[in-house]
Design a protein around this ligand. Structure first.
Ligand code: NAD
Length: 459
């Protein structure tokens, strides 16, 4: 059953033909048969597939970097750090702990049932569907796949059609490394995804926007299939007086303008508390200059907007405030400068929907009470960030707000800590993954009770 990575095959070979909608039912049936045969369950087999995935990511790193540059203008360094290296880190953490995570967990048995023993075992679910978006098209397809394979499942990976080069690279390369009987890539857009969603899966793991999240959940309901929805939303950054504004601005800018702002946990807007706005404006402009120089368009570290539709949507938001820095754009290049907007009204369009691009509005609020009220009046964010020196503020934000994650002083970082659960709450999603949380997501915690078939002698 060993599958040897065929790294000698040239990466530039002809692309795999796109999956025909009519072939999808048979493809899922084939995976289900492979799962039923038990080949994905033994620990050795899981580790072997994870090693093959590791080989794919290391041996084909340049191929993926080229694809990510074509799709999103990502520099090779950023592509490695946020996609390839990120997934390898997740994979290595999983491999290091998998045996321990899969060990049956003993459970206490009440006196009345003794000498029975009880334990929890983690059963693979079966056939898993992973639907990925375009913004981190490799990471968001393959990091969930790490969890799905580690938990002993077979999987369909559906990359985003809006990152076509990365989608094609995955379709071409995955079957050369991973057992094609147990992992399949289905390329395509709405028709292909709709056809997939008609099939019965044992789990659907969707990353993307909430509108499609609802379509996925409705389709899953027909088969009582559990779903994980990794969605987005507006992640606020609270900045309190007393925070070092130069350092704060540098860290906000780094998180915001990574991937040209197209990051689900990017700081969406700043809530400048009690007179911090003016200092922040100045320091954010300086931070952008420090990161991308006089002309961000010429900076290899700065990405591009994924397509014209998103470019047009984002440039329309520039009128919603006073441009502190940035604002420049070039449609032919899908370039939009890292932009900071001040004097933004809470009712402006830039404040009503997730920005998902390099535009950072600053909204002023008089005090922490107003900041907390502002956050709680809106959908629960995927992440909440704060810059404060006050432990009392940290305590209040922890206890009085709800968000997928909460970080003080370092936006976006929680994503890269595999011991932390990654996921949203309310409108920002349901379920979580990374590290052991992925094993929870992609397996069933089965209760097992075992009592000897002899009666205990009466005392
Ligand atoms: P997208 O347009 O690539 O869509 C995501 C996936 O849904 C794609 O594979 C696409 O083919 C599929 N899809 C699109 N329309 C569909 C339909 N009608 N029926 C079935 N499937 C369909 O990506 P997107 O939604 O633009 O991604 C951006 C959003 O994702 C943002 O809101 C962002 O915050 C969120 N996001 C969340 C995370 C997270 O981990 N929580 C990560 C990245 C992005």
């Amino acid at each position: 059953m060993t599958h040897t990575p065929t790294s000698a095959t040239p990466a530039s070979a002809a692309p795999a033909p796109a999956t025909a909608v009519a072939d999808i039912p048979a493809l899922v049936t084939r995976l289900r048969t492979a799962f039923a045969g038990g080949r994905t369950k033994p620990l050795d087999r899981r580790l072997e597939q994870l090693a093959a995935l590791r080989a794919l990511l290391t041996e084909q790193a340049e191929e993926f970097q080229r694809a990510l540059a074509a799709d999103l203008g990502k520099s090779a360094a950023e592509a490695y750090r946020t996609e390839i290296g990120f997934t390898l880190h997740e994979l290595d953490h999983t491999v290091a702990h998998l045996e321990e995570w899969l060990r049956p967990k003993p459970a206490a048995v009440p006196e009345v049932f003794r000498p029975a023993e009880a334990r929890v075992v983690r059963d693979p679910l079966g056939v898993v569907l992973i639907i990925a978006p375009w913004n981190y098209p490799l990471q968001l397809a393959l990091a969930p796949l790490v969890g799905a394979l580690a938990a002993g499942n077979v999987a369909v990976v559906k990359p985003s059609e809006l990152a076509p080069a990365t989608s094609a690279a995955m379709a071409r390369l995955l079957p050369r490394y991973l057992d094609p009987e147990t992992v399949t890539v289905v390329e395509g857009a709405v028709p292909e995804t709709t056809a997939l969603l008609e099939q019965r899966f044992d789990h659907i793991f969707y990353t993307g926007n909430g509108t499609v999240g609802r379509i996925v959940m409705a389709a899953a309901a027909r088969h009582l299939t559990p779903v994980t929805l990794e969605l987005g939303g507006k992640s606020p950054v609270v900045v309190e007086p007393g925070a070092d504004l130069a350092l704060t601005a540098r860290r906000i800018a780094r998180g915001k303008f990574l991937n040209a702002g197209q990051t689900c946990v990017a700081p969406d807007y700043v809530l400048a508390v009690g007179g911090t706005a003016a200092g922040l404006e100045e320091q954010l402009a300086a931070a952008v200059h420090e990161l991308y120089g006089d002309d961000p368009a010429a900076s290899p570290a700065y990405g591009r907007i994924v397509n014209e539709r998103h470019f047009d949507r984002l440039t329309a938001l520039l009128a919603d405030g006073r441009v502190v820095t940035g604002g420049g754009h070039d449609r032919a290049e899908r370039y939009l400068a890292p932009t900071v907007l001040a004097d933004v009204s809470p009712d402006a369009p830039v404040m009503t929907a997730e920005i998902f691009g390099p535009v950072l509005p600053i909204v002023t609020v008089p005090d922490l009470d107003a900041a907390i009220a502002f956050i709680n009046e809106r959908d629960k964010p995927l992440a909440l960030y704060a810059f404060t020196e006050s432990e009392a503020t940290k305590q209040r934000l922890t206890e009085e707000t709800s968000s997928g994650a909460l970080t003080f002083g370092l936006p976006v970082s929680h994503l890269a800590m595999p011991e932390l659960p990654f996921g949203g709450v309310g409108e920002s999603g349901m379920g979580r993954y990374h590290g052991e949380y992925s094993i929870d997501t992609f397996s069933h915690a089965k209760a097992v009770v075992d009592k000897p078939l002899t009666d205990r002698p009466l005392a």
